[in-house]
Design a protein around this ligand. Structure first.
Ligand code: AKB
Length: 331
C-alpha cells in the first residue's frame, strides 16, 4: 500500500492527525514531515522526514523515497500571523501548495488541504453561511485560502487530481497549541482556566465564531478522504462545523465546572477585525449530504473533555514535562 505524507506534521492539527492516521493505516504507512526539529511521539512512532514545502525537490524526494500516494498538506501560516507577515503568508500558503500540487500531479497523489472559515469575508452572509456563496475575504490569510480552494479545484478539473478539502472552523485541542490564529483564545482559555482561574480574551465577549473539537476535525478529515468520489459534488472545500460560540458562552460553560473562573475582554484591533469579517455560523449541509458528516462534540462535551484531559496533563507536566508546543498550521 502506498504511504501518506503529512506536511506541517508538528503543528496543531498534525500533532494529532499523524497519530490518528497511524492508528488507522499503520505506523509505517504515515510519513510525518516538518521544518522543525523533531522531539516527541509524532516522529518517534513512525517515519519522519525534514521537508520544506517551499523546496519542490524536498517534497519530491519524500514522495519518491516513501512511495507516497496521498499528501495531507497542513503547513501554512494562520490568520493573525498572516496579517502581520502578509508576504510570508502568501509565499508559504500559496507557494507551498503550488509545489505540493505539482509533485502530486507528477506522481498521481491525492491531496487533502485544510481551508478555513477565513475563506469568507465581510460581504458573505454571516449567519448559516452557505456552502456556495460570496467569497471576498479582506485578510491575507483569507485570500490565500480562497485561492487555495480554487487552485485545488483547478488541479482536479484540469489534471484529474483527487483533491479534497474542508473549511475548518477554530479547532479546540488539548495536545498542541495553535500558533497565530484568530480563534486561538478558545484553546488558551482552557489552559488559563486551569492554571490561573482567569482568562483575558483578545476578542469581544460577544464575538460568535464556529469552533470544533479536534476529535471531530480528525474524523471529518479522515471520512472526507475515504468518501466515495462519485458522491462529491464539492471538493474544495466543504463547510463543516460543530458549534458557534462566543467567548462569553465558552466562559459560562467552563464556569459550570470551575465556578470561580473569570473572563475579561481586552479586544485586540487586528484580531477583532479579522473575527468580525468571518461568519458567525456556517451551514454544513453539503458535507452532511455528500459524505455523511455529523459532529459528535458540542460545547458541553468539548468543555468536559478539554478540562479533564488538560487537568491530567498539566498536573503531570507541572512536576516534570514540557509545555505544549505552538503549531504552524491551519485550523
Ligand atoms: C485561525 O484562527 O486563523 C484558524 C482558522 C479558523 O482558520 N484557526
Amino acid at each position: 500500500m502506498q504511504r501518506i505524507l503529512v506536511t506541517g506534521a508538528l503543528g496543531q492539527i498534525g500533532s494529532e492527525l499523524v497519530p490518528s492516521l497511524r492508528a488507522r493505516y499503520g505506523a509505517d504507512g504515515v510519513v510525518a514531515s516538518d521544518v522543525r526539529v523533531p522531539a516527541g511521539p509524532v516522529e518517534d512512532e513512525g517515519p519522519f522526514v525534514y521537508a520544506d514545502c517551499l523546496h519542490i525537490r524536498q517534497i519530491d524526494d519524500a514522495v519518491r523515497r516513501f512511495d507516497v500516494g496521498t499528501i495531507y498538506h497542513l503547513a501554512a501560516l494562520l490568520s493573525a500571523v498572516a496579517e502581520e507577515r502578509p508576504r510570508a503568508a502568501w509565499d508559504l500558503n500559496m507557494g507551498g501548495l503550488y509545489r505540493v500540487l505539482e509533485v502530486a500531479r507528477e506522481h498521481g497523489c491525492a491531496v487533502f488541504l485544510p481551508s478555513s472559515i477565513g475563506a469568507f469575508g465581510p460581504g458573505t452572509p454571516r449567519i448559516a453561511t452557505p456552502q456556495d456563496t460570496i467569497q471576498r475575504p479582506s485578510t491575507m490569510y483569507g485570500i490565500t485560502k480562497v485561492s487555495s480552494e480554487l487552485l485545488c479545484d483547478y488541479y482536479h478539473r484540469r489534471f484529474a487530481l483527487d483533491t479534497r478539502g474542508l473549511r475548518l472552523p477554530g479547532l479546540i485541542s488539548h495536545v498542541a497549541l495553535p500558533g497565530g490564529g484568530t480563534t486561538d483564545y478558545a484553546v488558551q482559555i482552557f489552559h488559563d482556566a486551569i492554571r490561573f482561574g482567569r482568562h483575558i480574551c483578545y476578542l469581544r465577549e460577544d464575538t460568535k465564531l464556529d469552533m470544533m473539537y479536534m476529535a471531530d476535525a480528525l474524523r471529518a478529515i479522515e471520512e472526507l478522504m475515504e468518501a466515495d468520489p462519485s458522491r462529491l459534488r464539492h471538493r474544495n472545500a466543504f463547510n463543516v462545523t460543530s458549534m458557534a460560540v462566543t467567548p462569553a458562552e465558552l466562559a459560562a460553560e467552563i464556569q459550570r465546572h470551575r465556578p470561580g473562573f473569570t473572563l475579561d475582554c481586552e479586544p485586540d484591533p487586528v484580531r477583532q477585525a479579522i473575527a468580525d469579517s468571518w461568519p458567525q455560523s456556517i451551514d454544513d449541509s453539503a458535507a452532511r449530504e455528500e459524505w455523511g458528516w455529523a459532529p459528535r462534540y458540542d460545547l458541553a462535551a468539548t468543555t468536559r473533555e478539554m478540562l479533564a484531559q488538560l487537568e491530567t496533563r498539566l498536573a503531570a507536566e507541572a512536576s516534570s514535562g514540557p509545555a505544549p508546543r505552538a503549531g504552524r498550521d491551519a485550523g
